[in-house]
Design a protein. Structure first.
Length: 670
């Protein structure tokens, strides 16, 4: 576990270019989350932007050989032979390579929380200046924003009861909570719920309840009830991210969903807006009564689709059925609304939410309360609340059962396997999760078992290795002692699979198990990355851009996408980099290239430079790599070689990037 450290401990441990680093305030103590970014100078100001932690990559590269040797001696040489694959040198090398990007992701997550709190305080200051005073609800929100800033700066005194026993003002603890450092019992996740206690009750003013994004997508939605520390709370105030809503298209009959491509026609499809699940404030509802026999958990409808990325794996054949084990597969899960309302003859989708203030109401509230909520938000913010979906992008090891005929077969086959695996592998049911993905363009369904533990727990590999045992156990379990016709509590039904009870049929599962026999190993599955830009994508706008594209392609960096539209939130809306490359891995979101003119009326004016700087800072906050290129550099071989080397390091291997830098034959005019 991360040991508790003081200011001196951390400053002597993690340095970049010989200086301690801080995240938010330039003299914040290193025992706080503030110890992750920024330069150490004697002021107490919040930084204008997070500092770059990329120096960690160079540090690890310089010492990679002794680090790997130490890990091999400590882990690979001492672990049981059956488990050594999990700590093999190649695995350790990949973990080391991913460390800088993972630290950057944590920093950006903390930075987004700070930016939300700062924006809220500014909004309330403007509102107070206009009205002279604030309503009670606004005063409470402003106080919560201020507490969040103080905690991130390390100035708020920690109460060990606030963060489920973890000191969330200590840097090492925060890094463990966010998944960067190991910490036993700290599988807490990146979405934070802040449960606020009313005055007069014993204990701290608020509790911090982080959740993995997949779990938060189910729990932290308007109308649900959250139980913690003997009290009940409701999700109410969302700390919205500065991104435009995404449009998703649905087929409710098939239970299929897909993210609509920007500018694509959605004629004939049901569409709705979706926003990423985000941090949320949880006002106090009531205390838990001893006579309460059942806790309320609102039934929701979560659909999903694949994002076309994974790190490779292994194909299998189970009778006539294709199975694929893939590492680090990317999925998007979308919570489209309350089960009770979505399943109506006239479906009611989404959750009422004001996209200005982040205030919500339960979709199960009375019509009068919902109308009052809409009128109040419209009066205050000049914009109607919307019914929106929430989504979360997850990365997980997965075992997919390809092209099952329908949802009934898909859920039944995979749930039977999961129940049996829980028995054979001595795991909890929820250690593996189920996602069934119907397709909008065909009638088959892919059923997926995925491992929600970051980095994978190894359960899927164990299940495949012991497939015969698991299959036999599944057949025994589904020989229901009650001899039910479809499914019951004695065979398949339990509390955690209530949202797909209607699809479960043990007879369908048993028929599949009987017909397919042993599992056969097929071909390795190569890694998959996002598809290359379409042939009809936007083209460069003028001669210098054509020249730059020609150089990029000739240098071996691949065909870039021109004029990629990227939503970045208000006040800019969207930005159009001159060229864009999708990320080849999880280190960043992609490379945005801007070809800057230097005349006073384009990029050279002070106003334009300020605007461009703000837009590019926003892109960097979102995880994009931004590469500005002055158009005068197009005539400078050495300068372009350096720029292309930088781009190559983000898209290719270090060796290929060095080749581009040293062999500049691509620069010659043809």
């Amino acid at each position: 576990m991360a040991r508790k450290t003081n200011h001196r401990d951390f400053s002597g441990t993690i340095r970049a270019h010989g200086q301690p680093r801080t995240i938010l305030a330039t003299n914040a103590t290193a025992s706080a989350p503030a110890a992750l970014l920024g330069n150490h100078i004697q002021t107490d100001n919040v930084l204008a932007q997070p500092a770059d932690v990329g120096g960690l990559a160079g540090l690890l590269l310089a010492h990679k050989k002794p680090i790997l040797q130490s890990l091999e001696n400590a882990l690979y040489a001492t672990w049981p032979a059956a488990d050594r694959a999990f700590v093999a040198p190649g695995v350790m090398e990949q973990i080391i390579a991913e460390m800088p990007s993972r630290l950057a992701s944590v920093v950006q997550r903390l930075w987004r929380r700070l930016q939300w709190a700062m924006a809220e305080k500014q909004r309330f200051a403007q509102l107070e200046a206009q009205k002279g005073t604030l309503e009670h609800e606004d005063l409470a929100m402003r106080a919560r924003s201020d507490r969040l800033i103080r905690r991130l700066k390390g100035e708020d005194k920690h109460d060990r009861r606030q963060g489920e026993g973890v000191d969330d003002t200590n840097t090492y603890a925060v890094l463990a909570m966010e998944g960067f450092l190991p910490g036993y019992g700290l599988d807490r996740g990146s979405i934070t719920g802040t449960a606020s206690m009313p005055k007069g009750l014993p204990g701290p003013a608020e509790y911090i309840l982080p959740r993995p994004s997949g779990l938060a997508l189910r729990e932290y939605v308007p109308g649900n009830m959250i139980y913690a520390n003997g009290q009940k709370f409701v999700p109410r105030f969302y700390r919205l991210e500065a991104v435009d809503p995404t449009i998703v298209k649905l087929d409710l009959t098939k239970e299929a969903i897909a993210t609509a491509e920007p500018g694509a026609s959605a004629a004939g499809a049901t569409t709705m807006s979706a926003i990423p699940i985000c941090d949320v404030d949880l006002p106090h509802e009531w205390h838990i009564h001893d006579e309460e026999d059942h806790r309320f958990q609102m039934g929701v409808v979560i659909l999903g689709h694949e994002l076309g990325r994974h790190s490779g794996g292994q194909a299998y054949r189970w009778g006539s059925l294709d199975l694929q084990f893939r590492r680090a597969a990317h999925f998007r899960l979308v919570n489209i609304g309350v089960n009770l309302l979505v399943r109506r003859e006239e479906p009611q989708l989404g959750y009422p939410l004001c996209l200005v203030s982040g205030i919500s109401r339960s979709p199960l509230a009375s019509p009068t309360e919902l109308e009052n909520f809409r009128e109040h938000q419209r009066e205050r913010h000049k914009k109607d609340p919307q019914n929106v979906a929430f989504y979360a992008d997850i990365v997980a090891d997965s075992l997919s059962f390809q092209d099952l005929p329908n949802l009934g077969s898909a859920y039944s086959v995979v749930e039977g396997i999961r129940l049996a695996a829980a028995q054979i592998l001595e795991m909890e049911i929820e250690d593996l999760q189920i996602l069934c993905i119907p397709h909008l363009d065909r009638d088959t369904v892919d059923a997926i078992l995925y491992d929600p533990m970051p980095g994978g727990s190894g359960l899927l590999e164990q299940m495949v290795e012991r497939w015969t045992e698991v299959l036999v156990a599944a057949q025994v379990l589904l020989q229901c002692v009650s001899a039910c016709q479809t499914a019951c509590l004695d065979c398949m039904l339990h509390f955690r699979n209530a949202h797909f009870h209607r699809h479960l049929d043990r007879q369908k599962a048993l028929a599949y198990y009987a017909d397919r026999g042993l599992m056969e190993t097929g071909q390795p599955i190569p890694p998959a990355q996002p598809a290359s830009p379409k042939a009809d994508a936007a083209q460069p706008a003028h001669a210098p851009e054509f020249r730059l594209r020609e150089l990029l392609v000739r240098a071996g960096l691949g065909e870039p996408e021109a004029q990629r539209s990227i939503p970045i939130g208000q006040p800019w809306g969207r930005t159009l980099p001159d060229f864009f490359y999708p990320a080849p891995d999880d280190r960043h979101e992609g490379v945005c290239i801007y070809l800057d003119g230097l005349s006073a009326h384009i990029h050279g004016s002070p106003e334009a430079q300020v605007r461009d700087g703000q837009i590019r800072e926003r892109l960097a906050e979102m995880g994009y790599e931004v590469v500005p290129i002055p158009h005068t550099a197009l005539a400078d071989r050495a300068r372009m070689a350096g720029i292309f080397n930088r781009i190559g390091r983000k898209l290719l291997s270090k060796e290929e990037a060095e080749r581009i830098k040293n062999d500049t034959s691509w620069f010659e005019q043809r």
